[in-house]
Design a protein around this ligand. Structure first.
Ligand SMILES: Nc1ncnc2c1ncn2[C@@H]1O[C@H](COP(=O)(O)OP(=O)(O)OP(=O)(O)O)[C@@H](O)[C@H]1O
Length: 300
């Protein structure tokens, strides 16, 4: 719909002015919308049941996480050419997809962003939900690595079947487990996000060339072990692919300890008197990776 379109809710009567399209997906269009001087994200749906399902999940999350301001702000229909179009209004999540942020700001931010994503997942898991559809487009990153999630269409109560997922992030696709909503489902997808964000070309080539019966985490680990950006978190990736954390708090702790270890390795590597250029390069990449993380670990 063109910017400037006015949307008036039939039931709640609130009026919004559409400013621009923020994004589009399988379930609808999301617009930046203004009501007075405030800006919101408005999702207009194709299917009433899908949109209602997402709004219900957002309302339950707001209820479960009462300590923070509500994310879901309005749910209504409006009339367009004699047809009712369902919509809901939420807070704007600022930022850009994780891989764009890493390309722009440098892969040394992976440590901070990865930890913040795990913290957000930990809150969701504690409230009894699994995010389900973790993927690059749904993890938005802004100032100093702050992480926000969008698209709650995949959020599923723990124990049910995941409602919505993206094939290459799905552990079922990689023969690494079921599609039951468990915290480990999100750990796997988070690990895939980091492979995708730092080594997308090789990952896509792998998915195109592997026979379905050969899809297995060991193939993913080959990518991880030959990717310098992921070397510091290699043991975390192994455990995430195998679902081997006690809970998401444990996954956060292990991520931090990987960063600390990388920090120590970088210091040790730079402490030698004579450094070959290979060692120097390795140390430089490690220092780059951990410098943001170290500052953050000290002051966070
Ligand atoms: N609250 C928000 N703040 C800012 N941008 C948003 C917000 N919600 C959605 N977006 C943008 O709109 C895009 C599409 O939204 P969303 O993912 O909810 O649609 P979808 O139809 O469920 O997509 P998909 O096909 O990936 O499931 C997102 O990738 C994001 O860029």
């Amino acid at each position: 719909m063109p910017s400037g379109t006015t949307v008036k809710g039939i039931w709640n009567g609130r009026i919004y002015r559409l400013e621009r399209l923020l994004g589009t997906g399988a379930n609808g269009h999301v617009y930046l919308a203004a009501n007075g001087r405030s800006q919101y994200a408005m999702k207009l749906g194709f299917e009433v049941t899908d949109l209602q399902g997402e709004a219900n999940v957002l309302a339950s999350l707001d209820h479960a996480e009462r300590g923070r301001p509500p994310f879901l702000l309005d749910v209504d229909d409006f009339e367009l050419n004699g047809r009712k179009v369902p919509f809901y209004v939420m807070r704007v999540v600022p930022g850009m997809p994780a891989s764009a942020y890493l390309s722009k700001r440098g892969s040394e931010w992976l440590g901070v962003i990865g930890h913040r994503l795990l913290e957000r997942l930990s809150q969701l898991h504690d409230a009894g939900w699994v995010f389900g559809d973790i993927k690059n487009e749904n993890v938005l990153v802004h100032d100093y690595g702050k992480v926000g999630l969008v698209d709650y269409g995949g959020v599923t109560a723990i124990g049910r079947s995941v409602r919505q997922f993206t094939e290459i992030y799905d552990r079922g696709y990689w023969s690494a487990g079921s599609r039951t909503a468990e915290p480990s489902y999100d750990w796997f997808a988070a690990a895939m996000l980091w492979v995708h964000a730092t080594d997308g070309k090789r990952l896509i080539r792998l998915t195109e060339t592997l026979l379905p019966q050969n899809r297995h985490p060991r193939e993913l680990l080959k990518l991880v072990r030959t990717n310098p950006h992921l070397r510091p978190v290699e043991t975390w990736m192994e455990r995430a692919f195998a679902g081997q954390f006690q809970d998401t708090a444990d996954a956060c702790l292990h991520w931090r300890s990987c960063l600390r270890q990388a920090d120590r390795d970088a210091l040790a590597a730079s402490g030698g008197k004579v450094m070959g250029w290979m060692t120097g390069l390795f140390a430089a990449s490690l220092v780059l990776f951990v410098s943001a993380a170290a500052v953050w670990l000290l002051f966070y």
